[in-house]
Write a protein that binds this ligand. Structure first.
Ligand SMILES: [Zn+2]
Length: 319
């Protein structure tokens, strides 16, 4: 199962004990994937459509537990798309009205078929209800990418007003949610790993939160190790190219002025470097008698390079 699917599975079993939160969660699901069916006698029905069994289960249970209303479920298989979709239907006018009144979704509906788009702010006044609302909206129309690949959280809204509301609610928990229009829909999204962790916490998906944190820690460790390795490789490259240059300078001096003109200390280090081109400064120092420290070796090698440079200039590029 995808990470997104696992989060939904967990959330579908998550249960708010307070009635106000249950109503907020159902209101979110109704506004995102629900619609109102109005017949010729102006009697209401409610229909909620989803392709996710976990979502269907949650809606059915919310309606049952919060309102003690039995809804009907119809299952449709689409052979071409190889998908299954579920419709939860509240047929009785009185039942539909009770749900719409409690969720404050009773606005002026015309005849026919109405999409619901925005929830009355009273329903999401308390922080506990805002959490429940975000959970409902994510269940109904959200998805998340696998954190191993990337960090992306989104809720797809059919109307701009709905997207604005979801974004505002997410931002009220100090996340930096944004909206982008994708064809005919408005997508509220968050792309930052630590904020997605926060959102899982807001929705109270604690198992998924731990899983995401584990992935994040492993990724972080991998990055640190890679940085360290890169840094060490760079240092080794630097050391090697410095040694190559030293050998070049020493060979040049040997072939031009010869080692006889060098002081004893310089000659000693020059011979040591030529016979041990790959040795570190510390190792070179240990080859000398008496041994010389790293900075002493560095000093002598620099002297040799300066001398080689001087000779090159005097030779005027002749050699
Ligand atoms: Zn509440």
């Amino acid at each position: 199962m995808s990470f997104s699917g696992k989060v939904k599975e967990e959330l579908s079993r998550q249960w708010s004990s307070a009635r106000h939160c249950q109503i907020a969660e159902l209101a979110a699901m109704l506004s995102v994937c629900g619609s109102i069916v109005i017949d010729s006698r102006n009697r209401y029905g409610i229909k909620i459509h989803t392709e996710n069994i976990a979502v269907a289960r949650k809606v059915f249970t919310l309606i049952k537990k919060t309102f003690n209303i039995e809804s009907d479920i119809s299952v449709r298989r689409n052979i071409l798309r190889q998908s299954v979709s579920y419709s939860i239907i509240v047929k009785q006018h009185q039942d539909a009205l009770r749900i719409l009144q409690a969720t404050k979704l009773t606005e002026e509906y015309q005849n026919g078929f109405e999409e619901i788009h925005i929830v009355n702010p009273i329903v999401v006044q308390q922080p506990c209800c805002r959490r429940a609302f975000i959970r409902g909206a994510f269940l109904a129309a959200g998805s998340m990418s696998d954190p191993e690949k990337s960090y992306h959280f989104e809720i797809v809204c059919a109307a701009e007003a709905m997207a604005e509301q979801v974004k505002e609610l997410l931002c009220s928990f100090e996340t930096d949610a944004k909206i982008v229009q994708r064809k005919k829909v408005y997508v509220v999204y968050v792309k930052e790993g630590s904020q997605i962790v926060d959102i899982l916490n807001i929705m109270e998906a604690h198992v998924s939160l731990m899983e995401l944190e584990n992935v994040r820690i492993l990724k972080e460790m991998r990055n640190t190790v890679n940085r360290k390795v890169n840094c060490e490789t760079a240092n080794i490259n630097k050391t090697v190219s410095a040694a190559v240059k030293q050998v070049e300078d020493i060979t040049y001096l040997r072939d031009t002025i010869g080692f006889e003109k060098l002081s004893e200390g310089l000659e000693e280090i020059a011979l040591a470097r030529l016979s041990h081109p790959e040795a570190s400064l510390k190792e070179l120092g240990e080859l000398l008698s008496p041994p010389v420290g790293k900075s002493g070796v560095n000093h002598r090698l620099r002297k040799l390079s300066e001398l080689a440079e001087k000779v090159r200039q005097e030779q005027g590029g002749l050699l």
